[in-house]
Design a protein around this ligand. Structure first.
Ligand SMILES: NC(=O)c1ccc[n+]([C@@H]2O[C@H](COP(=O)([O-])OP(=O)(O)OC[C@H]3O[C@@H](n4cnc5c(N)ncnc54)[C@H](OP(=O)(O)O)[C@@H]3O)[C@@H](O)[C@H]2O)c1
Length: 240
């Protein structure tokens, strides 16, 4: 599988979940493979890419295709997990009036356009494997959130709509396309104060990255073989 944003948080837990099940995972993020990382697959399964930059993204797609070609040109899963959520001063919500337009473009490039570029670029490899795409959306895509900014929220709403459109277009090629929509998961993307929000959720706590990774695993494996175009909520009941 190919996973974007693998260096920490949900992505890191996802690498661990899939590699424990015997998958080869090609990871990607802006940083080079860290020397102190104990993961045995190492730098040969990591691709450095800045998804905010279209040139870097296209170069990474070429590099991924080259590496996949060495193993029959098949890709069982693409997980579009990398995401950014810029905040205002003291961690506050950047709204529609005060978000600089450059930030708006950057957020959409990473959270939305990079996902469609990667899926289109790797469609042949996915189709050969009857593979799966999982887009990581957010609860902020469907309601105004106290901390997530307007650019972030609209990029995730667009990614949810993209999941529906891609499910229609990729299905005839044998490729399933689904989304997972996390609520408040305990990672570095959260703002201070989020833990207090969780006290009102039905399950009364934040989620863990591993709980999201398990749902991604479900959507990439045989257990979900007739599921496509779905958005799975992983939020302890926050949406009810
Ligand atoms: N945590 C939550 O509560 C929550 C809730 C809803 C949705 N989500 C979504 O879940 C996904 C993962 O979130 P997280 O909480 O695990 O975030 P995180 O801890 O901030 O990790 C984000 C990952 O994306 C990578 N990344 C960021 N910008 C990039 C760029 N320009 N190019 C390539 N890689 C980039 C980062 O690696 P580098 O820094 O090395 O590039 C990192 O691996 C995101 O899409 C986020 O929107 C999270």
């Amino acid at each position: 599988m190919l996973l974007t944003g693998a260096s920490r948080g949900i992505g890191h837990a996802t690498v661990k979940r899939f590699s424990a099940a015997g998958w080869r995972v090609i990871t990607s993020s802006r940083h080079a493979f860290p020397e102190q990382c104990p993961w045995e697959m190492g730098p040969e399964d990591h691709i450095q890419v800045d998804l905010a930059d279209t040139g870097s993204t296209l170069a990474a797609i070429d590099e991924m295709k080259r590496r996949l070609a060495e193993e029959g040109g098949v890709l069982d899963a693409l997980v579009n997990n990398a995401g950014i959520s810029p905040k205002g001063g003291s961690g506050g919500r950047l709204n529609t009036l005060d978000t600089p337009i450059e930030d708006w473009h950057r957020v959409f490039q990473v959270n939305f356009f990079a996902s469609v570029m990667l899926a289109r670029g790797l469609v042949e490899e996915l189709s050969r494997a009857s593979g799966s795409v999982v887009n990581v959306t957010s609860i902020a895509g469907s309601r105004v959130h106290p901390y997530a900014g307007a650019a972030y929220a609209t990029s995730k709403a667009a990614l949810a709509a993209l999941t529906r459109e891609m499910a229609a277009d990729f299905g005839p090629l044998g490729v399933r396309v689904n989304a997972i929509s996390p609520g408040e998961i305990d990672t570095s993307i959260l703002s201070p104060g989020t833990a207090r929000m969780a006290e009102a959720f039905p399950l009364r706590r934040l989620g863990t990255p591993d709980e999201v990774a398990k749902a991604i695993y479900f959507l990439c494996t045989e257990a979900s073989s007739y599921v496509t175009g779905a958005e799975l909520h992983i939020n302890g009941g926050q949406h009810v």
